[in-house]
Design a protein around this ligand. Structure first.
Ligand code: GDP
Ligand code: MG
Length: 440
């Protein structure tokens, strides 16, 4: 897959102190492919890569990250930047009700999202929304909204399918005023493709009721098409925001980036399922990771950056390389690791970790960490430095001193041994690779 290809590119340049333009170019090629595969619009990708390249070349190297990782981080940061900050704020009209018009193609998820949004307004914001059935074309569209209303115990306004959407919308707003409903959500009709008749009708509704928000509902699974749709709707209706649905599917979500870039309108929410509570504020951060398909690596990079002092990390790397890693280092690492999160999760995030022999045998139970610390603290400085001197009688003493059992002491020493072996293997692997490629 693509994430694998990106990672192997990263492998190739890891260990380099400085990135050459050729290195950056190669990475950019991979990242360009990743973005295209995630359905980001071609032109958007082109401009984007240009910006990232400028930043990546001549970038100062952070000590705890490889140059390759840093490029990925730049890409990630730029993606985040492109998609803007969190934007889930919904307008509030100075004179209620606030009117929200939902538009989009047929099947995009307008009706479902109207229900979800009403649910959100009531539950998170304590509002009183009125749902309005203004799709008079699709058979059963009115019924669908009424069913959702019943399910949510929220009122639904309908005048059947013989009255025009403009009239329905106007009367709904009057009704909301009378009933002191402070939000009016208008569910409109969609077509399979954009057509003028539909657009004209939406423009008419817009002019008649002057909505505070016009949300375009877009199916994330439709990829590139979604961008054209968004562009078109925005041109004719000047939408105020986008809601991206069906992100619970296996789309990489590149549409999010393109839509934002092409329409310059914020993505407000994302739909994560068919249920009424499956609506989430849009997180540019998560979307960036999803688009790159490297969420785990990115998380690891961020965690490493915030939690481990850079010089210490360097020192540690040297120790691992020369296999002079001691129980004292181990103890310190335990502390770092615990700050970072569950151990097996972290190990799992290391690129290629699952392929590493020996790793399976290193199982450290979180709950036993306290014991592990006690055991190490009961060792003499010499024992910590050179674990091979810890014979049977020393083990007995350590167990007693730490209030643990000899079995536990044995297990820890064995694990530590495995870990040192693994480190040798890891550094050995790097050397092997380097020779073949002539890079190191
Ligand atoms: P409309 O024609 O735009 O009103 O679309 P609907 O609201 O009728 O939705 C079309 C289909 O998409 C329905 O089967 C919904 O259950 C489904 N749907 C809507 N939003 C989501 C979502 O976020 N995730 C998933 N998996 N399905 C969704
Ligand atoms: Mg509908």
């Amino acid at each position: 897959g693509l994430a694998d290809r990106l990672q192997s590119t990263l492998q190739k340049i890891r260990g380099k102190g400085k990135l050459t333009e050729a290195d950056v170019n190669e990475m950019m090629r991979e990242i360009r492919l990743a973005l295209l595969e995630a359905d980001v619009n071609f032109k958007v990708v082109k401009d984007f890569i240009k910006r990232v390249k400028e930043r990546a070349i001549g970038q100062e190297i952070l000590q705890s990250l490889t140059p390759g990782q840093q490029v990925v981080k730049i890409v990630h940061d730029e993606l985040k930047q492109l998609m803007g900050g969190e934007q889930s704020k919904i307008a509030v009209a100075s004179k209620p009700p606030t009117v929200i018009m939902m538009v989009g193609l047929q099947g995009a998820g307008k009706t479902t999202t109207t229900g979800k949004l009403a649910n959100h307004l009531r539950k998170q914001l304590n509002r009183k929304p009125l749902l309005v059935a203004a799709d008079i074309y699709r058979p059963a569209a009115i019924n669908q909204l009424q069913t959702l209303g019943k399910q949510l115990s929220l009122p639904v306004f309908s005048l059947g399918d013989k009255v025009s959407p403009v009239e329905i919308a106007k009367q709904a707003i009057e009704k909301a005023k009378e009933e002191h409903q402070d939000y009016v959500l208008i569910d409109t009709a969609g077509r399979l493709h954009i057509d003028e008749e539909l657009m004209q009708e939406l423009v008419d509704v817009k002019e008649a009721v002057k909505p505070d928000e016009i949300y375009l509902v877009v199916d994330a699974m439709t990829g590139q098409d979604a961008v054209n749709v968004a562009d078109n709707f925005n041109e004719q209706l000047d939408i105020t925001g986008v809601i991206l649905t069906k992100l619970d599917g296996d789309t990489r979500g590149g549409a999010a980036l393109s839509i934002r870039e092409v329409t310059d309108k914020p993505i407000k929410f994302v739909g994560m399922g068919e249920k009424m509570d499956a609506l989430e504020p849009f997180h540019p951060e998560r979307m960036a990771s999803r688009i790159l398909g490297m969420g785990d690596v990115l998380t690891l990079i961020e965690k490493a950056q915030t939690n481990i002092d850079e010089n210490k990390a360097k020192e540690l790397e040297k120790k691992m390389r020369t296999a002079s890693f001691t129980f004292d280092d181990f103890l310190e690492q335990l502390g770092n690791v615990r700050k970072m999160g569950p151990l097996d999760e972290l190990i799992g995030m290391l690129p290629g970790a699952n392929k590493m022999k020996g790793l399976k045998n290193v199982q450290i139970d979180e709950k036993q960490l306290v014991h592990v610390e006690a055991i190490i603290q009961s060792m003499t400085p010499k024992e910590k430095e050179s674990p091979e001197i810890i014979n049977a009688s020393r083990r007995k003493r350590i167990a007693k001193g730490s209030g643990t059992t000899i079995q536990e002491v044995n297990r820890l020493i064995k694990q530590f041994d495995e870990m040192r072996k693994m480190m040798k293997q890891m550094t050995g692997m790097q050397k092997g690779k380097g020779k073949k490629k002539g890079n190191f």
